[in-house]
Write a protein that binds this ligand. Sequence first.
Ligand SMILES: [Zn+2]
Length: 279
Amino acid sequence: MGFLLLDRPNPNGPHYYPSRRERVLAIVVHVTAGSEDLDTLDDNSAESVAQYAATTDREVSWHTGSDADSWVDLLPSSAVAWHATDYNGCTHGHEISKRTTDWRNMPAKWVDKTLRMAALGPDEKSGLRRKAIELGVPLRWATKAELDHARATGGGPVGFITHAELQWADRRDPGYVTEGGQVIDTFPRQQFMDLLNLQNKLPAKKGKKRMNGFTFEVLDGPSAGLGVLVDMENDRTTGITAVNLADAAAKAGTLHFGVNAAEAEDLLRKYGAGNPQES
Ligand SMILES: [Zn+2]
């Protein structure tokens, strides 16, 4: 898998840290227009805004970006991107290309395509859903208080959160609008979360392995061998494991996305999964 900011280093300096000291506890959702760093751009496509990240002298970066029809990987989740000031160390940052933070009156088809690309990626099985699964981030909206608590107590990942909540002093993305003195959240939160959880509602497909009520899915692509545990009974992702995580990591040239084999095995034990069996 290529990462734009690794493949094409910004001549003005790497505006990120190559490794983490903290684990990823949340995925931060942005829109490009909500960042004052980016609002001089005319073109709001994910590719153009990613090129901006690769050339700007502003100290800004993010991990992944998307628009209505494309997805761009800028940095692996194992790097610390500079997208949310005090929360860079414990988050993955995603930029949705959109010119304003007002999601009202946008064409429904555009909203669906844009949210679908962010949630599921171009192949409907990657995107932020897969990032979250790989990072062990629950497919739910979290609050700043939950994130602060997890960070302070060494707790596990809490979920998805908006940039505005983490940086209310000067950010309103992805969806807050002030109108007549009232602050309204216009981001289609439920629609987005439903897309993230879409595949959990599907029955186990033929060829998948089932382990004590869990479905074991081996993903395609450059990370083939990376597996995902989905708790079918509770309708959500609860763990991560891999048939050959070491192989997958070797293929990717890195220990992938901050997930390590010991953690994966701990999760397997924790959830009491037995040996893989064909469903
Ligand atoms: Zn933002």
